[in-house]
Ligand binder design. Structure first.
Ligand code: SF4
Length: 286
């Protein structure tokens, strides 16, 4: 259980300790106390923010509202966030011809095609392809940028310290890793953990789109700058994108941008904002 001091610290920075309305026992995983799920280090970060006021601020919000699907509009009102239209592609981005794999009409064909893909240079140096992992009937799709060192070795996205933090963040809103589907913008590790090039992301896009079509998620959580920029076709700063609700362009699927766990590990003060994102995500998934 959270101590009175921990609850005071969290509320002191505007974080409501989440508990399911009417829940009285610990049987419901969604009602587990945050302190039992977030690590001592996470809580210490939040406590430090409460003591120092060192909380990152948001930039100005967009003033361009748009109609969202009925089911999520009320959730957004409750959250206090402003829905905005999908961002426009940056003018400097040239269109390129991208070969589309022939058959991506089932999970098996998607995974098989990814494993056999040599469309871009990332295939030359990766240890193995990292197509994605998780529940193929999940309501929540999490999209990161690309495999890092640990993911390249394991063949699974979001492992290592970043993955452990992501797992704890999900657990804090009662979601197990096995309940969601997790993938990346590109399925092969960029060398030296560089950002995927725009052409590489475009060449890999057909796989992600096929995964989204198969999954038909209720909500997409876009994790980090590279993911957000590619999914929303924008180059706006994550700090601006994160305060707004989006839709995946061309669809009605609500899309929430949040900070990458690796960024949160380097910038613990941003965990307070990520916690707000998680609370909104929980509302959208109800
Ligand atoms: Fe193919 Fe994507 Fe890997 Fe490039 S990153 S080789 S497009 S699977």
């Amino acid at each position: 259980m959270l101590t009175a001091r921990q609850q005071h610290c969290l509320r002191g920075i505007g974080i409501d300790v989440w508990a399911e309305r009417g829940a009285t026992s610990g049987n419901n995983p969604a009602a587990e106390p945050v302190a039992d799920i977030l690590s001592a280090a996470d809580l210490e970060d939040i406590r430090r923010i409460a003591n120092t006021g060192d909380r990152p601020g948001f930039p100005e919000q967009s003033e361009q509202p748009v109609n969202l699907p009925q089911s999520s509009e009320s959730d957004l009102e409750k959250s206090g966030l402003s829905p905005v239209p999908p961002a426009q592609p940056p003018a400097a981005v040239p269109a390129v011809e991208v070969p589309v794999p022939a058959k991506l009409d089932s999970w098996d064909s998607i995974i098989e095609s990814i494993h056999g893909c040599t469309a871009c240079e990332l295939a030359q140096n990766c240890t193995q392809k990292v197509p994605g992992v998780g529940n193929r009937q999940a309501d929540l799709l999490i999209v990161g940028e690309g495999p890092g060192h640990d993911e390249d070795i394991r063949g699974e996205p979001f492992v290592g310290r970043s993955g452990q933090l992501l797992d704890r963040m999900l657990a804090a809103i009662g979601i197990a890793r096995e309940q969601v589907y997790i993938t990346n913008i590109v399925k092969c590790r960029p060398p030296s953990n560089r950002d995927p090039k725009q052409l590489e992301a475009q060449q890999c896009r057909a796989f992600l789109e096929a995964q989204i079509e198969q999954l038909a998620p209720k909500v997409i959580l876009s994790v980090g700058r590279v993911s957000a920029h590619n999914l929303l076709a924008t180059n706006l700063p994550v700090g601006k994108l994160i305060q707004q609700m989006h839709k995946l362009p061309g669809t009605e699927i609500p899309l929430k941008v949040t900070y990458h766990p690796a960024y949160l590990l380097r910038n613990p003060s941003a965990k307070a904002i990520a916690w707000e994102d998680l609370k909104l995500l929980h509302q959208l998934l109800q």
